[in-house]
Design a protein around this ligand. Structure first.
Ligand code: ADP
Ligand code: MG
Length: 600
């Protein structure tokens, strides 16, 4: 498995960044502001009702403590108010819940789609360096976190703040200042302690997430490489590595649970202390007849009521921090700028004839090693130009550059006189059909995979593409024909069959430029001859760039370019290159010998 790069492990910087992340994501809420406003009104109504409950209680107690205790109408009215208020609390709570859930789910859904789009905008380099198993896990956790965060914000934090403000207001208004003071100090200590402690123990969660993603990535990677694992009898090694990561995870999880228990204990002690001091104050004041019995009951009810959600604050803060940490990766992903972007005011590529020109192209994948150096060549409209050279010479790279999967470091590439870095990527890719070296298919039906090149292609178009790629007989031999599922990455097809599907797809695309990247490398000589004629038919209608593995397939090319270590070392027709007795001649003789050996 690939090591995960820097910045993937949320460091201490993540602490501060976490809250900023939340701000980032508020964009997802704006479309629902009306609904959110309603939810907030419900929240306020329900909290006002909550705070009024102890008032009705005080009224009832004070009434029975007064001279008119035998009169029943007032206390009954107060009891009814008490019941009504309690019901209102729940009713508006539920209303808020219903109103808000839609916001939550929609925001989560939009975030998921945005992240997938964003991942598709990243260039090939990003995807080659990433671990798909780990990234999908980040995505899953990140979007779930958004939903959770909204939940906590609206259902926990806001109500607590609102209730606290009302309680403090009531205390300041009706009682000596020390009551509000005690409440504020207790709540303040509680929150300060909780936040500090949670920040400290967040490290365990970060560790757990990292290990969890790594373990998951490792498991997925080992399954993707199922066959390789078997070739080398390495099941044990895969399992040990997985086990090692999970053991580390369990250690971190254990520490996390332990620290949580300590936190809970300390919180409970702070609450008990606060309530005790408050009741002590109240009892003294009742004894001195400054307060009534009803006040004592009300203060007790108010405080206990306040601490119920506060007790919850620990859990909520904890969960919010985790969610923010989980979201860190998603936000980091969303902030990552794609490497290859459309230039400002990029126009559509206009293909008139399909001429390709590489001018002095330099290209590196990494800083250290030049892959292409000062490469220049032209492909005239309708020509078939072959590129040959040893493996690793940079042939496939050249095709990737033509599709602008990467930007060149020097020189330029033009199609019909337009620099491809100045046109939009969509129009460029629309103009080029590729038969790749390793064709990979979706785990869907053959029809789906073929259709992919041209959604809504007619049956006739499909059939003629199959015919062109010599796939007809193969498909007839399948019991389920075009509806056969091809397996993950197309693994249920042989290499040759996959290549033919890829050729059929390229035919369907009907692009003015076609690139074959060793499109016949997985075929035997007979199948190759058939495919070569299919390729010839296809390339007659288009400009063709044929990266060749077997030189016999490109004898008829208009120009053959011989590439070695990223430099153009020879070019010319087959006959001319043979007589030049250079690298091409060497390669040719080698292959010629081999094929003669195998035929005799
Ligand atoms: N994504 C990549 N990152 C770094 N190096 C790469 C990458 N892809 C290919 N290379 C290197 O670039 C060189 C040219 O590769 P390629 O164009 O695939 O060669 P070929 O001529 O066999 O098609 C090779 O040495 C290869 O190792
Ligand atoms: Mg290649």
């Amino acid at each position: 498995m690939r090591q995960r790069g820097d910045g993937e492990i949320p460091s201490n910087g993540a602490e501060g960044r976490a809250w900023a992340n939340f701000g980032q994501l508020t964009d997802y809420l704006w479309p629902y502001r009306g609904r959110i406003a309603f939810a907030i009104v419900c929240l306020i109504v329900s909290k006002v009702a909550t705070v009024l409950v102890p008032f009705s209680l005080k009224g009832i107690v004070d009434h029975f403590g007064s001279a008119a205790r035998s009169e029943l109408l007032v206390p009954l009215a107060l009891v009814a108010a008490y019941g009504g208020l309690r019901m209102a609390t729940s009713l508006f709570n539920e209303l808020r819940d219903i109103l808000f859930s839609r916001v939550r789910f929609k925001a989560m859904h939009k975030l998921s789609v945005d992240v997938l789009d964003h991942l598709h905008r990243q260039n090939l380099r990003f995807h080659l360096e990433r671990n798909t198993g780990a990234i999908t896990r980040d995505l899953e956790r990140g979007t779930a976190s958004l939903s959770e965060l909204l939940n906590y914000a609206v259902f926990s934090i806001a109500p607590i703040v609102l209730e606290l403000a009302m309680v403090i207001g009531i205390l300041l208004f009706n009682y000596p200042p020390q009551y509000a003071l005690v409440t504020l100090i207790a709540v303040g200590l509680y929150i300060a302690f909780t936040v500090r402690f949670m920040n400290w123990r967040a490290q365990y969660r970060v560790q757990m997430n990292k290990l969890d993603s790594e373990a998951n990535g490792r498991a997925v990677d080992s399954l993707i490489n199922y066959e390789t694992v078997k070739y080398f009898n390495n099941e044990r090694r895969e399992s040990d590595a997985y086990n090692g990561l999970l053991t580390q995870w369990a250690d971190a999880a254990q520490k996390s649970v332990f620290s949580m228990s300590i936190l809970n204990l300390c919180q409970a002690m702070l609450v008990a202390l606060g309530v005790t001091v408050m009741m002590g104050l109240a009892a003294t004041d009742v004894a001195a007849e400054n307060l009534t019995l009803g006040d004592l009951v009300m203060l007790n009810a108010l405080l206990l009521q306040l601490f119920i959600p506060l007790n919850f604050l620990g859990v909520v803060y904890r969960a919010m921090r985790y969610s923010l940490i989980n979201m860190d990766r998603i936000v980091e992903l969303l902030q990552r700028k794609p490497e290859v972007v459309d230039a400002e005011g990029a126009v559509e590529l206009e293909v008139s004839s399909g001429k390709i020109e590489f001018k002095n192209v330099d290209f590196y994948y990494g800083e250290e090693r030049a892959i292409l150096q000062g490469l220049s060549f032209k492909v005239e409209p309708g020509q078939k130009v072959a590129i040959v050279g040893p493996s690793g010479a940079g042939k496939s790279t050249l095709a990737r550059l033509l599709l602008r999967f990467y930007d060149v470091q020097g020189g330029s590439i033009c199609v019909d006189g337009q620099d491809i870095s100045r046109v939009n990527q969509h129009s460029l890719r629309r103009a080029v059909a590729v038969v790749p070296q390793d064709a990979v298919l979706f785990n869907e039906t053959l029809r789906y995979n073929l259709d992919y090149a041209r959604p809504g292609a007619s049956e006739a178009e499909l059939l003629s593409a199959l015919e062109a790629a010599e796939l007809g007989a193969f498909i007839e031999s399948l019991p389920e024909g075009l509806e056969t599922i091809v397996g993950e990455r197309g693994l249920k097809l042989s290499g040759g069959e996959k290549q033919r599907v890829a050729i059929a797809r390229a035919v369907l695309k009907q692009a003015p430029i076609v690139v074959f990247d060793e499109a016949t490398s997985s075929l035997d000589s007979r199948a190759e001859r058939q495919i070569t004629s299919a390729m010839q038919r296809l390339s007659r209608k288009a400009t063709a760039l044929v990266i060749a593995h077997r030189l016999s397939t490109i004898e008829d090319a208009d120009v053959i370019l011989v590439l070695e270590k990223g430099r153009l070392v020879e070019q010319g027709t087959h006959a001319k290159l043979l007589s030049a007795r250079g690298l091409y001649h060497q390669l040719w003789s080698l292959q010629h010998q081999q094929s003669q050996n195998s035929e005799t």
